[in-house]
Write a protein that binds this ligand. Structure first.
Ligand code: BG6
Length: 485
């Protein structure tokens, strides 16, 4: 019997991923306007719930704008990448990065979102960053919108609920595709597009308390994002023939809690509810199974004539996704629960969990890769994966993060197996290669990086960068194209 020896393909895009609002800081420099992320408050652990950590109310916005609020907004500070990008990119290059994912902070380019002309200083900043990456042959992978809807659009249209936001987004997309057509080929429209249905403010600048029917508003906003994404894909292909557009899903692989057919059915429904987003992006139409969900939840999406044709005509070129963990589905969801990426879930007795309760499931990654490739037959790109953990700095400054190495190694092994299974995988981008502000908790202490950043949850620290053990390990992984783990 011959054996398939799985190998990473030549040109595999090894690297890491970030988002502007979690790294840049400089939230009001050089003409940048406010975005949704600039309103997210730091809430100490004892007072934090999933809802108050990410969702923002109109009252909080009012207090922040009037200066009444005393809250800290860590995503305004980031890790000062805005001023330190040269040093940071040099560290990525030292690890041998082939690709670096970042987002453009939309409100640096169009400060209110609805402005007619772009802000030159904002455009120049990303020119500088892309030039720096080019110096080291690092391929930029750029997200157009990573939880960074300009606040002006929230004020005027309640974010993505307003159909007008589509045109403003497409103008922004066209502006950056044109400006960077010689520098950027890999793009993505909306980070984890499923976020708008979970935290509409984070995912779409939508204030739920302004809506009579928040559930309907979320799906309306989502529809606008789908149409905007398809129109941006059209523009990219017109402007840059080498341009490739991806979608981005927080993949929530869901297993049935037991072999009880009721649980199996529930798991299938939960999986469909998650894959719905990539189904629209990749297949170019709303799947049939959503009709029942929408009817049962009394949601009528307002579509304009031509919307369906737009979705059909401009699907994505590749399917990108984040994978951190798997979930369990049960028709009778009683039992011990644990935290997870965007959602909490029942505890899986076969899995260990991170210090934040996210269940660690490397084999689940192989399952997810096979599932996605079977379903779409499009190249896949794993654009986020990693372990958020507390790190300890030793007296000599070293950081022994063997737990992180272990997590990444096991996931990379399974990725390799999936390639052996026949999956077409373009690359692997570890989340937060340099420690950054956590999306869900706004903590600094939830660290993902190969590079440590000296800053704590309260915002104190020198911001100095240092190499963890995982830095040297990942360098070896990339240098051997995944052979030495
Ligand atoms: C993804 C987001 O959901 O997970 C990132 O795209 C985020 O923005 C990452 O940082 C990890 O989540 P967290 O909450 O640990 O920062």
């Amino acid at each position: 019997m011959s054996q398939i020896q799985a190998q990473f393909p030549k040109g595999f895009l090894w690297g890491g991923a970030t988002a502007a609002n979690q790294i840049e800081g400089a939230f009001d420099e050089d003409g940048k306007g406010l975005s949704a992320a600039d309103f997210v408050e730091y809430i100490p652990k004892s007072e934090r719930t999933k809802d108050n950590a990410m969702e923002i109310t109109s009252e909080q916005i009012r207090k922040t704008l009037s200066g009444e609020s005393t809250a800290r907004h860590p995503k305004r500070e980031g890790i000062d990448f805005y001023h330190r990008y040269k040093e940071d990119i040099a560290l990525l290059a030292e690890m041998g990065f082939k690709a670096f994912r970042l987002s453009i902070h939309w409100s640096r380019i169009f400060p209110n979102g609805y402005d007619e002309t772009p802000n030159e200083a904002g455009l120049q900043f990303y020119d500088n960053v892309f030039d720096e990456l080019a110096k080291y042959n690092i391929e930029p992978v750029v997200t157009l919108s990573h939880y960074e809807t300009p606040y002006g659009l929230t004020e005027k249209y309640n974010g993505w609920v307003g159909r007008e936001t589509i045109d403003h987004f497409v103008r922004y997309a066209e502006t950056v595709f044109t400006r960077y057509k010689e520098k950027v080929n890999y793009w993505m429209t909306f980070n984890e597009i499923n976020m708008i249905t979970i935290s509409p403010f984070t995912g779409g600048g939508v204030l739920s308390d302004k809506e009579e029917n928040p559930m309907k508003a979320k799906y309306q906003g989502l529809h606008h994002q789908f149409v905007a994404s398809a129109l941006a894909t059209k523009k990219l292909h017109e402007i840059n023939p080498n341009g490739k557009m991806g979608c981005m899903l927080a993949r929530m692989s869901t297993y049935p809690n037991t072999p009880n057919p009721e649980d199996v059915l529930k798991a299938q429904q939960d999986n469909q509810a998650n894959l719905f987003f990539t189904d629209v992006h990749a297949r170019g139409e709303y799947p049939k199974y959503m009709e029942r969900f929408l009817a049962e939840n009394d949601i009528q999406i307002a579509k304009e004539p031509g919307d369906d044709a737009i979705l059909k005509q401009y699907p994505v070129d590749y399917v990108s996704f984040s994978y951190y963990m798997s979930l369990l589905s049960s028709a009778a969801p009683e039992g011990e629960r644990t935290e997870g990426n965007l959602m909490n879930t029942l505890k899986n007795p076969y899995l260990e969990a991170s210090e934040w309760g996210w269940q660690i499931d490397p084999i689940g990654l192989r399952v997810a890769l096979n599932e996605l490739y079977d379903r779409y037959q499009l190249p896949l790109f794993l654009v986020e994966n990693g372990l958020g953990a507390y790190d300890k700095v030793e007296a000599d400054g070293s950081i022994h993060d063997d737990y992180r190495i272990d997590y990444l190694k096991k996931h990379i092994e399974q990725m390799k197996e999936a390639i052996g299974d026949g999956v077409d995988l373009m690359g692997y981008l570890a989340w937060g290669p340099i420690d950054l502000v956590s999306m869900s908790t706004s903590e600094m202490s939830k660290r993902y990086g190969f590079v440590y950043v000296d800053k704590d949850d309260e915002g104190n620290g020198t911001l100095e960068r240092s190499r963890k053990d995982s830095f040297f390990w990942y360098k070896k992984v990339i240098g051997s194209n995944g052979e030495e783990l």
